[in-house]
Design a protein around this ligand. Structure first.
Ligand SMILES: O=S(=O)(c1ccc(O)cc1O)N1Cc2ccccc2C1
Length: 386
């Protein structure tokens, strides 16, 4: 990048990062998709995509120095710079069919370019762990950043998918879908799909798998969350009971549609984990496992790079839901996915680059205002954070 171009890029980043991202609700996605006007979508996206990209790119620059210097983080940063440049080319383009077509192609190119960003960032965290000692403040900044970075990425891919599915020419398989949203989503069938695919992996690895019991009391993010939870629960049950056991306690899934929340609860009797370990399950630093070596590729990892739970919780929180784990050590674990029942309440939850987020990276961990004998001290913020 030439000096002039770099300077211009910095100015454009400052300009677009001043705007807050505009959260959309599932209702807005559906209503817009029904009227589907490509020009309006283009006009909205050529501003909103640079705003969302710039907001998170400014935050990348706030990362702790030694993470920022990791080769993989440099690669991710350059991907974002390239994609940001490509999008702002459309800033003043006149709105005609040629522009709309090249815009769609650019979105597909950007989506493909960023396909492996989750793994590449995980590699960056691994590079840091292998080259530096990571203090609590750095770990805190990384946890805070990656939750926001992946949420931002989920939201950008959601916008790109809706536009390319609605206007990209390729007819999507199910014409009742609006973009990637299925307004008639039958949760039970998603549960069964996710179970069958996780069971396939479990059978391959353990030569057996727990049954599924589904009780119904009343998309694709939902599928990914369920697939992840099934893999965890199956692994827990199989390892808790040992592979010679002849029968395994079934996984129980309960689906309830309330006035405000839709709950999908998955209960396993896999022996659970101690309360002291629970927080680690959602920590990127803790769950950044060394890459599974290609040699033992036949042992298909039920748990991939370990980012399954933190990412699944982001998918749940993206549309104002949540993912909560409740474990009883020695017995098993309940995982509950909460979804908004009403599409007008299912608003995107988006990270905003501003003074508050900037301060978070610069504020040292507060001194403890709680203490116990074993020398672990906590701050009120840490108590409320988890
Ligand atoms: O921590 S867990 O309780 C657990 C965590 C998340 C989940 O969705 C289901 C679970 O059951 N569990 C994961 C696991 C893996 C290997 C051996 C034993 C266990 C216990």
């Amino acid at each position: 990048l030439t000096q002039k171009c770099l300077g211009n890029m910095a100015k454009m980043l400052d300009f677009y990062s001043q705007f807050n991202p505009s959260p959309l609700s599932i209702k807005q996605f559906i209503d817009f998709g029904l009227s589907a006007c490509e020009r309006k979508s283009f006009i909205f996206l050529r501003k909103e995509l640079p705003v969302r990209l710039a907001n998170i790119m400014k935050e990348i620059h706030l990362l702790p120095e030694n993470l920022l210097r990791m080769p993989s983080v440099g690669i991710v940063n350059n991907l974002y710079v390239t994609s940001f440049e490509e999008i702002i080319h459309f800033e003043k383009a006149d709105v005609n069919d040629t522009t709309l077509d090249t815009f769609c192609q650019a979105l597909v190119k950007i989506r493909n370019r960023h396909t492996d960003v989750v793994q590449t960032m995980a590699q960056g965290v691994l590079e840091l762990k292998e080259s530096h000692d990571v203090d609590a403040q750095t770990e805190n900044s990384i946890q805070y950043f990656l939750d926001r970075f992946y949420m931002s990425r989920i939201s950008i891919r959601m916008l790109i998918n809706q536009h390319t599915l609605l206007f990209g020419g390729v007819l999507n398989g199910h014409n009742r879908h609006i973009g990637c949203i299925d307004p008639y989503c039958d949760v039970i069938s998603v549960v069964k799909d996710a179970y069958e695919n996780a069971r396939f992996l479990c059978d391959q690895y353990y030569m057996a798998s727990p049954d599924l019991v589904v009780q119904q009391h009343n998309g694709n993010h939902l599928y990914h969350m369920l697939f992840e939870l099934f893999k965890n629960s199956m692994r827990a049950v199989m390892e808790h009971r040992g592979q010679d056991a002849d029968n395994y306690p079934p996984l129980e899934v309960t689906v309830v549609r309330g006035k405000e929340d839709i709950c999908v609860k998955m209960s396993d009797r896999g022996g659970g984990i101690p309360r002291s370990q629970m927080d680690n399950l959602f920590k990127y630093m803790y769950s950044t496992a060394p890459q599974p070596s290609k040699s033992d590729a036949h042992t298909v990892p039920l748990a991939g790079y370990g980012y399954g739970l933190p990412l699944s919780r982001l998918y749940a929180r993206y549309f104002m839901g949540d993912l909560v784990l409740l474990s009883c050590e020695g017995f098993g674990t309940d995982a509950i996915i909460y979804l908004k029942a009403l599409s007008n309440e299912a608003n995107e939850l988006l990270p905003i680059f501003n003074k508050t987020s900037t301060k978070f990276y610069r504020t040292p961990l507060p001194t403890a205002d709680w203490s116990n004998q074993c020398g672990n001290s906590m701050s009120t913020r840490q108590m409320t954070m988890s």
